[in-house]
Ligand binder design. Sequence first.
Ligand code: NDP
Ligand code: GUE
Length: 304
Amino acid sequence: MASPSDRKATIIDGKAIAETIRSEIADEVRHLSQKHGKVPGLAVVIVGSRKDSQSYVSMKRKACTEVGIKSFDIDLPEQVSQSELIGKVHELNTNPDVHGILVQLPLPKHINEEKVLSEISLEKDVDGFHPLNIGKLAMKGRDPLFLPCTPKGCLELLSRSGVTIKGKKAVVVGRSNIVGLPVSLLLLKADATVTIVHSHTYDPESIILEADIIIAAAGQPMMIKGSWIKPGAAVIDVGTNAIDDPSRKSGYRLVGDVDFKEACKVAGWVTPVPGGVGPMTVEMLLKNTLDAAKRAIVGFRKSL
Ligand SMILES: NC(=O)C1=CN([C@@H]2O[C@H](COP(=O)(O)OP(=O)(O)OC[C@H]3O[C@@H](n4cnc5c(N)ncnc54)[C@H](OP(=O)(O)O)[C@@H]3O)[C@@H](O)[C@H]2O)C=CC1
Ligand SMILES: Nc1nc(=O)c2c([nH]1)NC[C@@H]1CN(c3ccc(C(=O)N[C@@H](CCC(=O)O)C(=O)O)cc3)C=[N+]21
């Protein structure tokens, strides 16, 4: 008889799934430009010079170029004032060649994130971070124009792996505006019973242990041990944490919020870090930009 330690989870290959989606998007972009003579445009705004933000932004810009989306690069200095940044957003709102606008987070402390995100035109909010888009996500019977990219990527990974959500117990670890909260709302819309664990939760282990689906987005390296996972559960690891690793040239490596090795022995499905949710986030951004361009160019309407 197989002992629990022989159990082998299916590793969800986010990178491969993202590549498939990328070629579908590239085909659609080509089709759109042949038929209408216009290409989708994405403005990526970065303020300051945080290393991690710069690396994420360059990944997004490179991905755009690869599928034929025109990337508008807006690099602003750390000291830029809130009103200058909002002025830039307004300019992009009225530029007909720009179909999507992304303001990379976090912003410097002197800038009010919510104020800036609220100024992005709803039709161009490809990050899905506009308060009205999030509000609609939270309400029954309302559909936001765009779903936030990381949460949308998590659900896409589940559905492409054949994991159903309806009626399942889902536990989300983290409640941030960009991941934890919207992914909880999406799971709820998909008819899961959702519990949210955060930094004040008493005994997170026993709550997580009940989950059929775990979404880990706490930013705590390898916090979730194998013994916290119900055998057969689907584990989606959003965490992207750099930890010191002197054996690497870079001096660090990326780990998730889940102990991947242990999870592989217990879970039914598990996503790796890197190569899981991260590449899907980028793909969902391209997809949202394509949808925004279709709406603007051919008046395409799609319920999300
Ligand atoms: N792969 C991808 O595409 C993306 C990956 N990420 C990664 O996901 C992780 C989360 O990002 P983000 O949501 O922006 O992070 P935040 O720091 O904004 O939020 C973290 C959340 O986790 C909760 N939390 C922190 N520590 C614990 C703990 N010990 N137990 C339970 N809950 C805890 C916090 O609780 P409280 O609210 O009480 O403070 C908070 O709600 C990071 O590693 C980030 O790098 C983020 C975006 C995209
Ligand atoms: N306005 C805004 N929108 C965002 O979507 C947004 C943001 N701000 N701020 C920061 C977070 C973080 N984020 C990631 C995107 C891709 C990977 C990704 O592709 N990761 C690769 C590894 C990348 C590497 O090797 O460094 C992977 O997991 O395989 C990770 C994290 C988007 N974010």
